[in-house]
Design a protein around this ligand. Structure first.
Ligand code: K1U
Ligand code: ZN
Length: 172
């Protein structure tokens, strides 16, 4: 397994709509394993294939707590089939380092996807897992959480973000 490089905003791949995975073959299984290792190393609770430069509809998630066993979810071609309620929680993004903002999301979502054995799975989610599914499926549609900011807040974000990227460059 390998830890992959995570692309940062404003990389144009992050703004593209990813294409469906056509076949769950060994290359997709290897990609999913590498994405999981990259997510755990970051650390994050989710990762979408476009974040590592692969514009295909594949995500990995693990919202288990620090003292719980790992609960890795690999979702191929995920879609939201039902949603209810509203949540307004702070989010970050591994592709937008060191910036956090509250985002309005659905409180519960029912998701449908295929697992790596090509079985169709339906899952009712809430709390952090529901937010994470929405955040990751947004990545597959070329949407980042900062796209939900008002134009005023987005302007402030862009000014701050220039400094954040400069500091990251200095650390390298
Ligand atoms: O897609 C990503 O950039 C990963 C991102 C997903 C996310 C889901 C839900 C809310 C916020 C962000 C992250 O995992 S950011 C890191 C993070 O939220 C976290 C990291 C360690 C422990 C707990 C949370
Ligand atoms: Zn993200």
């Amino acid at each position: 397994m390998s830890i992959l490089r995570i692309l940062h905003y404003p990389d144009p791949i992050l703004a593209q709509k990813a294409v469906p995975v056509a076949e769950i073959d060994d290359s997709i299984k290897k990609l999913a394993a590498d994405m999981a290792e990259t997510m755990y190393a970051a650390p994050g609770v989710g990762l979408a294939a476009p974040q590592i430069g692969v514009s295909q509809r594949l995500i990995v998630l693990d919202c288990s707590g620090k003292d719980e066993p790992q609960q890795l979810i690999v979702a191929v071609n995920p879609e939201i089939v039902a949603e209810e309620g509203e949540s307004f929680e702070e989010e970050g993004c591994l592709s937008v380092p060191a910036y956090f903002a509250k985002v309005k999301r659905s409180a519960t979502v029912k998701v449908r996807f295929h697992d790596l054995e090509n079985r169709q799975v339906e899952m009712e989610t809430d709390d952090l897992l529901a937010v994470a599914f929405q955040h990751e499926i947004d990545h597959l549609n070329g949407v980042l959480f900062v796209d939900y900011l008002s134009s005023l807040k987005k302007g402030i974000f862009k000014k701050k973000y220039v400094r954040i990227l400069e500091q990251l460059e200095e650390q390298l």
